[in-house]
Design a protein around this ligand. Sequence first.
Ligand code: RB5
Length: 148
Amino acid sequence: MRIVIGSDHGGYHLKESIRLDLEQNGYEVVDCGTHSTDSCDYPDIAREVTAQVNADAKTFGILICGTGIGIGIAANKVPGIRAALCHDTFSAKAARAHNNANILTMGERVIGPGLALEIVHAFLQAEFEGGRHERRVRKIAELEGERS
Ligand code: RB5
């Protein structure tokens, strides 16, 4: 599975921990930066990661900032992106199973790396259930059309 990961400076350390863990677990990881704790703007990182996620339906994204909020708001402005802010494993599984989320967002200033890694694996191992959720996800896409 191919994972595209990115963070701003507020999520840099957690992004590095997740990247290393995913690589050690055999995932193909594309790191869109940032590559230091120097200040940068999370919408720029969201733009990079969302473009790669939209280019391949089997690619998932992980976006980290201080809270996970700003970078998730930015990602969800991009049509085709369903970014879910999850700070617990129950939500991470549901985000895939019910919402067909294609990006997980988290905040480095909110949770520790141990829980964050459990959330990442819960998200990546869950599968979209389809069925009644298919119709709801399709209606999300229809809202995108109404907005533009
Ligand atoms: C950066 O200081 C911080 O605002 C950012 O990482 C994020 O938390 C925004 O939502």
